[in-house]
Write a protein that binds this ligand. Structure first.
Ligand code: CP3
Length: 341
């Protein structure tokens, strides 16, 4: 059997005619079959913690579209929950946690006791996925996860976490250190269960600058990747520092990630110039263009191919699929990409 297209891209320097494609949030509310399974599960967290159902929703977009990669169905906020923080989802609003300003009461938890079902989902998927589909595991980057832990919810500007980091860097560092250790543990478990690539989601990289960016975004991700390597895990890592106003050449050099995810507003040509050829780029179609479909979608795809010409890249969105995306537009996208030569 020939190698899986996405793993092939990591293993060789050649630029394929057709890039591998997968989409962030490819399993989700835009699919009627997802909504049905979520109903059966009785809520999003039950879905995450029930291996058969999490496996099912992970497979749904693969059956429909035949993506080159499948991302484990889970959430970046399961780690704080496994560390002992209360987590729930308010319907239509998003995540809620009991806010914390330090690591007290969170230390010493065996996170894999809570997260074992997630590893089981990975193990099931590594048997049930088609042979050509790569299985991607993931975790949130410590800074992004900490922004939710400190505020107890999503915030527009991450002010609670930024204030804590400025006013009480030692307490904030303790939270970050806890997350680094837990994330190494969690990603190692995913890899040992069969994840072939892992992505680290840094959704809120854009709220830090300069030394703060280096300390709270770059350094923890560098430690996580070094921790995985120290355990003998060689699987490629995709870093995704969203909206980072920073030299991405420095980010990849310091974190030692193998691929870099570009967000919707990232300047492809500028980043290509900053980042060495051996780093694979991923992205970055605007999710709203996917909602629009038609000619706008075709044009935006052509632009991405023009910019990335001659470079190894993974086709993806610049952020997750939005719930009102028409499923037919996703089919249009996959069809178009596989016709481009
Ligand atoms: O990409 C995938 O398909 C894999 C699964 C996945 C989910 N969340 C499922 C999910 C992944 C990789 C995530 C990552 C995640 N979760 C991030 C980083 C990426 C990003 O979007 O910036 C963040 C910040 C979270 C935290 C989170 N989870 C929020 C803010 C929300 C609410 C927003 C929303 O869309 O409802 C969630 C819920 C969530 N995570 C859903 C899904 C499918 C929707 C839950 C539902 O079915 O109601």
């Amino acid at each position: 059997m020939s190698m899986k297209p996405l793993l092939q891209l990591f293993a060789h320097q050649d630029v394929p005619d057709v890039p591998p494609i997968w989409l962030m949030r490819q399993a989700g509310r835009y699919l009627p079959e997802y909504r049905a399974t979520r109903e059966t599960a009785g809520g999003f967290l039950n879905l995450c913690y029930t291996p058969e159902l999490a496996e099912e929703v992970t497979l749904q977009p693969i059956r429909r579209y035949g993506f080159d990669a499948s991302i484990l169905f889970a959430d970046i906020l399961l780690i704080p929950q496994a560390l002992g923080q209360k987590l729930w989802f308010e319907t239509g609003e998003g995540p809620r946690l009991t806010p914390t300003v330090n690591a007290d009461g969170l230390e010493g938890s065996d996170i894999m006791q809570t997260l074992a079902p997630v590893a089981q989902t990975v193990a099931r998927l590594s048997k049930s996925l088609p042979p050509e589909t790569t299985l991607i595991g993931f975790a949130g980057a410590p800074w992004t996860v900490a922004t939710y832990m400190v505020a107890g919810r999503g915030t527009p500007d991450q002010a609670p976490a930024r204030e804590l980091a400025l006013n009480n860097p030692n307490d904030f560092q303790a939270i970050i250190d806890l997350l680094v250790a837990a994330t190494i543990e969690y990603l190692s478990a995913q890899i040992e269960a069969g994840a072939e690539v892992v992505q680290i989601f840094e959704s809120w990289a854009g709220s830090l600058r300069g030394v703060e960016f280096e300390r709270w975004c770059i350094e923890p991700v560098a430690e996580i990747i070094a921790g995985l390597r120290a355990r003998g895990h060689q699987q490629p890592v995709i870093g995704f520092p969203r909206a980072a106003d920073y030299d991405m050449g420095v980010y990849v050099a310091r974190t030692k990630c193998q691929a870099l995810g570009l967000d919707t507003f990232a300047n492809r040509r500028e980043i290509m110039a900053q980042v060495p050829e051996e780093i694979i780029l991923q992205g970055n179609l605007d999710p709203l263009v996917l909602v629009e479909g038609g000619d706008a979608l075709d044009r935006a795809v052509d632009e991405i191919f023009d910019d990335f010409a001659g470079r190894r890249f993974i086709f993806n969105l610049g952020h997750g699929i939005v719930p009102h995306t028409p499923p037919d537009h996703v089919a249009q996208l996959v069809k178009k990409i596989r016709k481009i030569k």
